[in-house]
Design a protein around this ligand. Sequence first.
Ligand SMILES: O=C(O)CCC(=O)C(=O)O
Ligand SMILES: [Fe+2]
Length: 396
Amino acid sequence: MITEKHTASDGADIEPYRKVLDEVDRLIEAGDYEAGIAAMQKVARSSGNEELMRRLIELRVEAIPSLADKIHPEPMFEANSLLDNTVGLRQRLAQDGYLFLRNILPAERLLELRDQITQILAELKWIKLGSERMQARAICRPRREGQPKFFQAHDRIVKLEALHSLAHEHTLIDVMRQVLGDSVFPHPLSIVRLIFPDSPELATPPHQDFPNNQGTPNLTAAWIPLADCDIKEGSLAVLEGSNQFGVLPLKFHLGAGNRRAVLSESMRSLRWVGADFKLGDVLLFPSHTVHKAMENHNTETMRLSVDFRYQLEGEALTKGCLQPHFQRLSWEDIYSDWQSDELKYYWRKKHYVEVPWNEDLHRLPDDHVDEAYEQTLAYNIALTRRQQKRTGRDQD
Ligand SMILES: O=C(O)CCC(=O)C(=O)O
Ligand SMILES: [Fe+2]
């Protein structure tokens, strides 16, 4: 119990907060970690008391398993039977908020990209080299988006011609034409996900893509794993029909994008759907659909995937969608080792309406700096304890 751990020496320090601490204990005993953490945050953050802060972090570590999303997705509808039936595809997408298509992409293209990515990861000692390289077995402490060590790999991977050209792969474009219309084109913002094992706290939380991308709400994402990827290995799940509930408020979360959508009461009856993905499968969803990554429970291998976004000519987009992901490199940097000129700056020949970015749609609540600090600490402590328990030593 959090508040019983104090010793005589720190007792004086926290005694003025005894009433709140008792209340926190009561909430935790009743199983309401969320309310317990909220009550503890109020006093710890406003008092600046170090002991209270230590207890808050410990409480957050202890609460991680209880607060994890307990989602058991039901099977996604496989939409292959609707291919070549544009009306059927579009109706289903509008109704369910996703289309899941089995085995439509050429495995060689995906494996070629995986080969290049794992080569870079192995050189940087993120994963094991040698015959196991393509399995992407992690050998370092997880790198998080935004950390300098993360960018050592990402800055190289985001330059790969095979990454960007995959968004233009002809079967994918053909399907996107059926789903959206003939003038469809991908945004040059091609995204690669480098998801470590043993970090459920970092699994991409439920969110909509609209606040991150804005522009047309018809913007449609294609999520593509670069290997077979079961639900328990961190594949993507969708909240069926959630595309019909407008744009949702945001909270800070440590996972990719750092934002989780706050679901409304009226969405409680919706079903989460998911799938054990096979190489070549694709999941499509428009930018109001709530989706999340399942936790990667494989304690060894990384989940590698890509996601691209498509829209019709004549529709709106924001500047950021025309930049490389994380906007650290210029397109000239990205193109420096490409073999072909064909896809360089291809979007400049497309017609689209550039609209201003609305920061209000992307803004986090005022407490997000405290949240980021506390979640990061709690995650690092939980991870270190897990690793020590398993191996008896830390990773770098
Ligand atoms: O792969 C992930 O973890 C997140 C993917 C995602 O949110 C997307 O494709 O929009
Ligand atoms: Fe997303």
